[in-house]
Design a binder for this molecule. Structure first.
Ligand code: BGC
Length: 283
């Protein structure tokens, strides 16, 4: 394969995002960069008002808010650590005070603290589990409380609320050197499925997206040199890296009534990474 590094140009097709979320109120965690930023912008393009949660990088968060306001929707940057119960509760109070309610939660905030297992510190373990997994629990709990309190508003959506959990191909694919991260993603799978089963009778839809290799700051070293990109492509049958907008379009669909009967599903958006690409020629 002739793998070049598409550094400047997006590899994703430029297809329109339709206004399927007009007037809905969305919260995206970790929305000032990477996948979260892409999702926040696409939700705004689809007509949703968006709270842009972030934990550091005020300028980047404010830039996302400005871009969203340019689409004619309401937007608000809110700094909070999703692993803090108090900060998450305060963020939801603020959102509800300002936007009235919440219809869509995108549980996206996540990070890596990679280490060989024998050298992994408890701090590395706890940071990753705290943000990637406990953070999703804390935000989902606040969202469910509001969805149940408010119930279905037919003029807004068929569902009382939608939660999208950002997982990873590593909820399935074991990852040496990243035991904390892969464990957090495996945990998200079961959190999402158990919660989906529990709240479906209240017409709350909980689903996940499992991105593969998406070009974001979290994995720069996997795509920023020709050698790294070529190596990465051995893992991606579709032959290109993913872009945040690839994930964002899936999130818009999962948040909209277009996907009303989709409950408790993980949508893999990975260019085929989970298809055991090594077996295309081996086995
Ligand atoms: C990780 C990336 C990695 C990708 C595919 C993601 O969940 O955050 O660092 O490139 O999985 O392995």
């Amino acid at each position: 394969m002739n793998a070049t590094v598409p550094v400047l140009k997006s590899t994703a097709p430029n297809v329109p995002i339709h206004k399927t979320l007009t007037g809905q109120k969305a919260l995206v965690t970790g929305a000032n960069s990477g996948i979260g930023r892409g999702v926040a912008i696409a939700l705004g393009q689809a007509g949703a008002d968006v709270v842009v949660n972030y934990v550091e990088g005020d300028d980047a968060a404010n830039a996302v808010v400005d871009e969203l306001r340019g689409f004619g929707v309401q937007a608000l940057a809110y700094k909070a650590d999703v692993s803090s119960e108090e900060q998450v509760a305060a963020m939801f109070r603020q959102m509800i005070a300002q936007f009235g309610t919440i219809d869509i939660l995108v549980n996206n905030a996540g990070l890596q603290r990679d280490s060989a297992f024998h050298a992994m510190t408890l701090a590395q373990w706890n940071t990753v589990l705290g943000i990637n997994l406990t953070g999703q629990f804390l935000c989902a709990r606040e969202a469910v409380r509001e969805f149940v309190r408010r119930g279905v508003v037919p003029a807004v959506s068929c569902a009382a609320g939608k939660i999208i959990c950002m997982s990873s191909v590593h909820q399935e694919i074991p990852w040496a050197g990243h035991a904390n991260y892969a464990t957090s993603k495996g945990g998200i799978k079961m959190l999402m499925e158990s919660l989906a089963q529990e709240v479906a009778p209240q017409r709350i839809r909980v689903n996940a997206i499992a991105p593969g290799a998406i070009r974001t700051p979290i994995n720069t070293s996997a795509w920023n040199t020709p050698e790294a990109y070529k190596q990465l492509m051995t893992l991606v049958p579709y032959g290109r890296i993913g872009e945040p907008v690839d994930i964002a379009r899936a999130a818009v669909w999962l948040a909209s009534d277009q996907s009303d009967y989709v409950v408790g599903t993980t949508l893999f958006v990975d260019g085929g990474m989970t298809l055991y690409p090594g077996f295309a020629t081996g086995g």
